[in-house]
Write a protein that binds this ligand. Structure first.
Ligand SMILES: NC(=O)c1ccc[n+]([C@@H]2O[C@H](COP(=O)([O-])OP(=O)(O)OC[C@H]3O[C@@H](n4cnc5c(N)ncnc54)[C@H](O)[C@@H]3O)[C@@H](O)[C@H]2O)c1
Length: 284
């Protein structure tokens, strides 16, 4: 029997997000782009935030999404009949994020949903050999960048009121550490603390915050791991599968389905959850 894939789910069309506005970081490619397209399919207008030509990530020297990636995604969303705003911004730059959030609210009428998804990976290092600059860049992008995204957008969610929601994209390694990625693991674990604090503080407004913990997924981040570590791609991907209970690839669409469910009214009583999309990796 052929393995099941997420593809049939991608063909589902509902209007459960009609009239809603989503603000997504790291939306130029990969999982963030997938979340944006599926939200648009289901009725939402979308603000796409990614680095584009607003700067570069160094330490490590990292290939981030381009202005062209953002424009391509915007074109596809507009073709679906939804509104779309693009912001080239570095998630380490609070002023840029605040301007993007304020402009989204002004042009699209508010912000209902935030997906803090932008992130980077790095070469594998033993912790005591990890360059200080690489540690700092990772914490700045993968942890502080998520905090700044929330800080810039939460006032808009509060203005919108009950039913708004945030999803912070952590990782399977945010639950169960792997060796030689101490900075990535530390940032992703810290997102659980940030997400819980936000869930506690936003409960009184009827606003929810959850974290998502995907296993390894084949994206440009996988390409970065292949290139930075000089690893054969298939070795990396088979390593991902070997760590799971279900020996099939976790796909981008699997993560998108989980994120959209968390944002939807079906999850209206779900907050403070650390949701795995990991084919059982955390239980192995
Ligand atoms: N791919 C995996 O195996 C995997 C597994 C678990 C969790 N994740 C997480 O999922 C999220 C999405 O990753 P992906 O797999 O789609 O990889 P990706 O590299 O395709 O997407 C990450 C996006 O973040 C953007 N970004 C990076 N630094 C930025 C910055 N300083 N400012 C603004 N944008 C920036 C990139 O340009 C890119 O578009 C990340 O947070 C990642 O850590 C990935």
């Amino acid at each position: 029997m052929p393995p099941e894939t997420a593809a049939p789910l991608l063909q589902q069309r509902t209007s459960r997000f009609k009239g809603k506005v989503a603000f997504i970081t790291g939306a130029g490619r990969g999982q963030g782009r997938s979340h944006a397209l599926r939200l648009a399919d289901e009725g939402a207008d979308v603000a796409l935030v990614d680095l584009g030509s607003a700067g570069t990530v160094q330490h490590p020297d990292y290939k981030t999404a381009t202005a062209g990636d953002l424009e391509r995604t915007r074109g596809e969303i507009l073709a679906k009949g939804r509104r779309c705003e693009v912001f080239e911004a570095d998630v380490r730059d609070f002023d840029a994020l605040r301007q993007a959030a304020d402009a989204t609210a002004a042009r699209l009428g508010g912000i209902d949903f935030v997906i803090a998804n932008a992130g980077i990976t790095d070469r594998f290092y033993r912790t005591w050999e990890l360059p200080v600059d690489n540690w700092q860049t990772m914490i700045d992008v993968n942890l502080t960048g998520v905090f700044l995204t929330c800080k810039a957008t939460v006032p808009h969610l509060i203005a919108r009121g009950a039913g708004s929601a945030l999803v912070l994209i952590s990782s399977g390694v945010g639950l169960k550490a792997v060796p030689r990625l101490a900075h990535y693991v530390s940032a992703k674990m810290a997102l659980r603390g940030l997400g819980t604090s936000l869930a506690q503080e936003l409960g009184e407004y009827g606003i929810r915050c959850n974290t998502v913990h995907p296993a390894g997924i084949d994206t440009e981040m996988t390409t970065a791991m292949v290139e930075l570590n000089g690893l054969p791609r298939e070795q990396l991907l088979s390593g991902f599968r070997a760590g799971q209970l279900i020996q099939q690839d976790v796909e981008i669409g699997d993560c998108t389905s989980a994120v959209l469910w968390l944002l939807s009214p079906e999850a209206r009583m779900v907050t403070g959850l650390e949701m795995t999309v990991d084919a059982g990796e955390s239980k192995k």
